[in-house]
Every structure is written in structure tokens, then in C-alpha cells.
Design a protein around this ligand. Structure first.
Ligand code: BGC
Length: 250
């Protein structure tokens, strides 16, 4: 079954058709810049444009960079504060005419990695996936089951949000060396290791491609590896989520 998966990010909104059996993209990714300010109505229009680009009608999976509890947006770190309290599923359904199934973007990436990427070997145990981009997102799985909406990027590290110390945006803005950034990110891993004793850390987001440059600065005992699906994970996971949610169970 092919489903449209979308990944709404702080800088771009990306979509592709996903084969939900293989987890492979069936088309190239189509990307539109996130509208300035990332206001709800503007983002909804962009999502509509992407659906039209693919001439798609059907269930759509949408990863969104905030807490999304049963469709309702509850936070807004890197998008307009006007999102808080909005029903993302209803808003995007009204705009596009498609049935929308939305979830947190890092949770979407985690679902894809567990099903088609590095997580397949860790279906037993505790896996923590951290996505690094404009913000820092997180997903935690226990025996393959997701606990949604963890927000480890907003964990306080020496009094400051983890993502304000070690997101990729912060690395670029401050021109941090890989050593400096790697050491900062390591503080997050050390804290998570002490709190959760995971079996595996997975590092996702665009920066996962550069893993060798900074992983040498990590001091955690927990096995730590880069994500396999790189920047496709959010799109694939969103499509998988839509498929699971739109099908009657059993
Ligand atoms: C948000 C998370 C999101 C992450 C990555 C954070 O600022 O609070 O919900 O998963 O950025 O986009």
C-alpha cells in the first residue's frame, strides 16, 4: 500500500509516497520551505500544495515538530505559538480533503527506524532515538513499543534546554567544532544513560551522516549508532503511522 508521508520541519516541509510494506520511498522527496513564522494556516496551505503535487487522495501521515497528543498540538518550540491547542488532524483534513494522522516528528522517525532501520535488531530492550536538526527530538521504545511525546530536547542541562546547547542549528550558528559540539551533545547522552539505562542510542537527523566526526567524543557505555534511514525516516514513519491508524485492527 502506498501512503503519502509528510515531515513538517522548522525549515522545510517534505513529502514522498511511501511503500508501507518495504518502507521505501516510491517517489523523490518534494520539499517546500516552511512559510515564514510557521503559522497554522500557512503551513496547512503548504501541506495542501504537497498533496496536490502528488495528485494524492487518501490517508496522509504527518510528522510535526512539537508534542502532538491525539492530534492536538501541545507545544511550539520551533513553530508559531498559535499552534498550541490546534487540532492538527482536523485543520489539515479541512484544508486538504484527506484524512490526516499526525504525530510528533521524532516519534515518526523512531517508528521508521524500529521497523526498517537499525532498531530491527533491538525489538527487545530499550532504544532511545534522538533526532538533531533545528531542534532536538526524541523517541523511546521498550520492546518495540513507543512511549509517545518524550521531549528530551527540552531536558535541562546545566540550567539550559538541551536543544539550546546542542541542536544542529546551534552548532551552525556558533560555528562549533565537532569536538566542542560532540562534547556538548555527550552531556545529553550521559544524562539519558543515567536516567534510562538504554540498550541502544540511535542518532538521527541530517547530522547522522557525519557520525564519525563527533561520536569519538561520546563517553557513554551504551552502544550508540547513527540512524540508517537518515532524512527519510520522518516521512516513512509518518506514512506507517497513517497506515496503522487508518486500518481497522485485528
Ligand atoms: C520539539 C519536539 C520535536 C523536536 C524536533 C523540539 O523543539 O519540542 O517536539 O520533536 O524539536 O523537531
Amino acid at each position: 500500500m502506498e501512503i503519502l508521508g509528510l515531515d513538517i520541519g522548522g525549515s522545510g516541509i517534505k513529502g514522498a509516497m511511501v511503500d508501507t510494506v518495504s518502507g521505501k520511498l516510491m517517489t523523490d522527496r518534494y520539499r517546500i520551505d516552511t512559510p515564514e513564522g510557521a503559522e497554522p494556516s500557512d503551513v496547512a496551505k503548504t501541506v495542501h500544495q504537497i498533496c496536490q503535487y502528488f495528485h494524492y487522495s487518501g490517508p496522509v501521515g504527518v510528522g510535526f515538530p512539537a508534542i502532538v497528543q491525539h492530534g492536538i498540538v501541545l507545544s511550539a518550540a520551533n513553530v508559531s505559538k498559535n499552534w498550541i491547542g490546534q487540532n492538527l488532524n482536523v485543520l489539515l483534513s479541512q484544508e486538504t480533503g484527506n484524512q490526516i494522522f499526525s504525530l510528533n516528528d521524532a516519534d515518526a522517525a523512531g517508528i521508521a527506524e524500529m521497523k526498517f532501520g537499525v532498531g530491527q535488531e533491538y525489538l527487545k530492550g530499550v532504544v532511545i532515538l534522538i533526532t538533531i536538526g533545528t531542534g532536538i527530538g526524541s523517541a523511546i521504545f521498550t520492546d518495540g513499543v513507543l512511549v509517545p511525546n518524550t521531549e528530551f530536547g527540552h531536558m535541562k542541562i546545566r540550567g539550559k534546554d538541551a536543544e539550546d546547547r546542542a541542536s544542529d542549528a546551534v552548532r551552525q550558528e556558533n560555528d562549533l567544532s565537532w569536538k566542542k559540539w560532540g562534547e556538548r551533545f555527550n552531556e545529553i547522552l550521559v544524562t539519558l544513560e543515567a536516567l534510562f539505562s538504554p540498550d541502544l542510542f540511535v542518532i538521527g537527523g541530517g547530522i547522522s551522516k557525519k557520525f564519525e566526526k563527533y561520536a569519538k567524543y561520546f563517553t557513554v557505555q551504551t552502544k550508540t549508532i547513527p540512524a540508517l534511514l537518515l532524512n527519510q525516516a520522518g516521512i516513512v514513519g509518518a506514512a506507517i503511522y497513517a497506515k496503522e491508524q487508518s486500518e481497522p485492527s485485528g
